[in-house]
Design a binder for this molecule. Sequence first.
Ligand SMILES: C[S@@+](CC[C@H](N)C(=O)[O-])C[C@H]1O[C@@H](n2cnc3c(N)ncnc32)[C@H](O)[C@@H]1O
Length: 310
Amino acid sequence: MNEMDLRALARTNEDATARKIHAVKRGYWRDDFIGLLAGACTDAIPIQNSPVMNRGFWLRVDLFSSAVRQFIAQVGGSGVHQVVCLGAGYDTTFYRLNSEGVTTPHTVWVDVDLPDVIAVKEKVFSALSSQLIQGLLHRLSHDLRDAEGLFQKLQGILCRDTPTLFLCECVLVYLDPWDSDAIIAAAVKSFPKVAFLTYDAVQGNDAFGSRMVESLRSRGCTLRGIDKYNTAESYAERFLRLGYTFSRALDMASYATRTWRLRPEALQHVKALERLDEIEEWDIIHKHYSVAFGTTWGPDAFSWLHGIIQ
Ligand SMILES: C[S@@+](CC[C@H](N)C(=O)[O-])C[C@H]1O[C@@H](n2cnc3c(N)ncnc32)[C@H](O)[C@@H]1O
């Protein structure tokens, strides 16, 4: 990857942030912090999302927020717990959950991304009052392609035997498969009580998938991992192969259907905000994304997520 590729990757973060800002303005979820980053996304703003995109971003943000909430509820009472957000971009989950009282003084949170992205976040969030912080927040500039160096840094600030949740929202697919494999393998070797949650594009070889891959490639972003990890099942299989004892994965269309069934109030919430007539488009897009998790805790970990991803 050259400098141009890295800039194009950072731009995917600005695009995601601009779309989240739009969805927040429409009332999909509350985020008092993401608007602070609008000035850093000027190339991408103003973005107007379609109802399909707003609902899709709600689903994605709800997935990660719910995972962190459950993780902290499960392990937080017993003391320190660690969350590592890889390729965090301008993600504000720590601040949001902090303001909701979800994080605790025992929460240690690490955001990792490329230096330019981390520098913007440092600048924007240094203005926030330090009283807001319940827990300890670190920001690490690191190229994820160097897993060895990354885990040396993480071992310097985190505890090996403490429960640790890794979050990877729309990141691994941009890496070569050997680089993302190295991260997933190093996570379980370095932190034996681990859970690892991913959300990524899949099915890059059918008609819609090929167009998605080509459109990103034309903007300088190659989905380097999609040929090897082309299905939700391949994500689940990889966790087991690389040393995790339990894994599950599902395409996001099925995940959404099960979420609406198990949480009808969530469907009511998004329906009340905007009408969505493009059911076929929703289904096609979301069949091209997958959620996967691997853990060493067994089926008890993420019982909520496990309930959805049977
Ligand atoms: C699509 S954005 C997702 C950002 C955020 N996780 C979200 O979903 O809103 C991909 C992120 O991965 C980061 N990324 C991609 N390749 C990386 C690498 N080699 N090292 C560090 N970060 C990387 C990009 O800078 C960008 O912030």
